[in-house]
Design a binder for this molecule. Structure first.
Ligand SMILES: *Cc1c(COP(=O)(O)O)cnc(C)c1O
Length: 495
């Protein structure tokens, strides 16, 4: 399978090259030219372990790698890193099934993909015969940064530089990142919100490419954000895993449809669900759940994407995003029209808005349902689910839970519902405590202890003792300083 830029049919790459580059030279994202013909015998995957499923699915999506190579990468990526061998367990909560994606090394769903990406990246580097070091540049709304640094820490031939919005991540997320060890990691706060950081990173890619700023320096850029297809592909696997669990539990017969509800920010997770459907998995509706920054809800309902609106800081910060990068891949895959996508993205960057053609809007209606939930609604959901079922959700999962109930009320003929659970409640302890009707305490670390005392839900190991860990990264810069910061770090660490 060949990858191409979402904005230009003639800009093509192998899957290994696409992973190595992170994004296409013209500012577009690498996407399969088409997902048609990729459908394979998903039934044969149902009895397999999660790792075996991952090997099969990733070999289809990233054919630069043989099945044997992929099996070795998958084994290395996940061995001993997650709380359970099945990686992503499912749990019944009332009528719904929650797919727990946060049982990895940093307690966020991004661990699933970011355990895999560094191995794909170094294998791709070898395949493409590249000697340069890879400098991973990443903007994070909180969870990607930590998971990416943990994944790339001390991986030979790679360095990683993470930018996060100053004051725009939770104190636990901030502490997780600031205390990161590893010889090849660096993290820096940017005075602005996530979109400023993400735009800054995209601009650095463009500037480095156009002005050849790193030529001859023995280092090249790539991305660990979900704009990298190597980040997206591993996320397809857990849709199959959840489906297999439902079959195994007798909740569905093989072939029956399942609806998935996805707490959405950059649209990577839910796009992986669309890929799963294209591979043949009986995915019914994909329910896109947003918080108060509900630009995607508005878009899916009206066909108009308009980022000219206030930006809210919510208790689900990893979804505080107004420019959802992966939507571009969906628009391309549904329209197969790179010129259209290029026009829409130009309009987005010039006016902050675009409207999709009617035919495309109709495809969106068939595939998606959209709902949003503000902080009050999310807290209510956390409290209700705790009291009714004794299950503790994080603030992002709570948005999806609420959206799931909205969806079921609006569509009585819905299928069995799987809600993607994306973070441990201990990453957002003050908000979760408040939702339980408890005082949050003097700071987030006290809140973590209090949450453990009140609920008796075990605290993930990686979050224990966070307060005592050594702070290693303190830099704060303006968005305008990001490029020079990168060049300093890229050149400064040379050799
Ligand atoms: C990143 C993240 C999301 C959003 O996922 P996208 O792929 O960006 O849509 C949701 N919840 C949590 C906890 C996250 O870290």
């Amino acid at each position: 399978m060949i990858y191409q830029s979402t904005r230009n049919d003639s800009l093509q790459a192998s899957s290994a090259q696409a992973i190595l580059d992170g994004m296409a030279r013209d500012g577009g994202l690498y996407s399969p030219a088409s997902l048609d013909g990729l459908a394979f015998d998903w039934r044969s995957l149902l009895p397999l372990s999660t790792q075996e499923m991952a090997t099969k699915i990733l070999t289809v999506l990233l054919p630069s790698f043989s099945e044997a190579e992929m099996a070795a990468l998958v084994r290395q990526a996940y061995a001993g890193k997650f709380e359970t061998e099945e990686l992503t367990p499912t749990v019944s909560v009332g009528d719904d099934t929650l797919l727990e994606l946060f049982r990895g090394p940093t307690s966020a769903f991004k661990d699933v993909a970011l355990s895999m990406l560094p191995l794909l990246m170094t294998a791709a580097r070898e395949k493409c015969g590249v000697d340069d070091d890879i400098l991973i540049l990443t903007a994070t709304s909180g969870d990607t940064g930590k998971a990416a640094m943990e994944g790339f820490r001390n991986v030979p031939g790679t360095r990683i530089l993470v930018f996060y919005p100053h004051g725009g991540v939770s104190p636990v997320q901030q502490a997780q990142m600031a205390t990161q060890d590893g010889d090849n990691v660096c993290v820096c706060a940017v005075r602005g919100n996530f979109d400023d950081a993400q735009t800054g990173v995209k601009n650095i890619f463009a500037a480095v490419e156009q002005e050849e700023l790193l030529a001859g320096k023995g280092v090249r850029l790539s991305s660990a954000n979900s704009i990298n297809i190597g980040r997206l592909a591993p996320q397809v696997v857990y849709y199959f895993k959840a489906y297999a669990d439902l079959v195994r539990a007798g909740r569905i017969a093989p072939g029956e449809g399942v609806d998935f509800v996805v707490p959405t920010g950059n649209f990577g997770d839910i796009l992986a669900g669309y890929f799963a459907k294209a591979l043949g998995l009986p995915v019914g509706k994909l329910v896109c759940a947003s918080n108060a920054n509900h630009i995607l809800t508005d878009f899916l309902r009206t066909g108009v994407y308009d980022r000219n609106r206030p930006f809210y800081k919510t208790i689900s910060p990893s979804m505080d995003i107004l420019v959802s990068s992966n939507l571009e891949r969906l628009l391309f895959l549904l329209s197969r029209d790179a010129d259209l996508v290029a026009r829409l993205m130009k309009s987005l960057s010039e006016t902050g808005a675009y409207q999709v053609p009617a035919a495309l809007k109709q495809r969106l209606d068939e595939l998606f349902f959209a709902a949003c939930c503000d902080d009050e609604g999310a807290k209510r959901a956390i409290g209700t689910v705790w009291r009714q079922y004794g299950y503790l959700m994080d603030t992002h999962t709570a948005v999806a839970y609420d959206a799931a109930q909205q969806y079921k009320a609006a569509c009585p003929d819905h299928r069995p519902v799987v809600i993607l659970s994306t973070a441990s409640p201990y990453k957002f302890p003050a908000a979760v405590l408040e939702a339980l009707g408890e005082a949050p305490g003097p700071d987030e670390f006290a809140a973590m202890e209090r949450l453990a005392a009140v609920t008796k839900v075990p605290m993930p190991k990686n979050l224990q003792g966070l307060r005592e860990r050594l702070v290693r990264h303190r830099d704060v810069i303006e968005p305008g300083e990001m490029l020079s910061y990168v060049l300093d770090k890229a050149v400064g660490q040379e050799g």
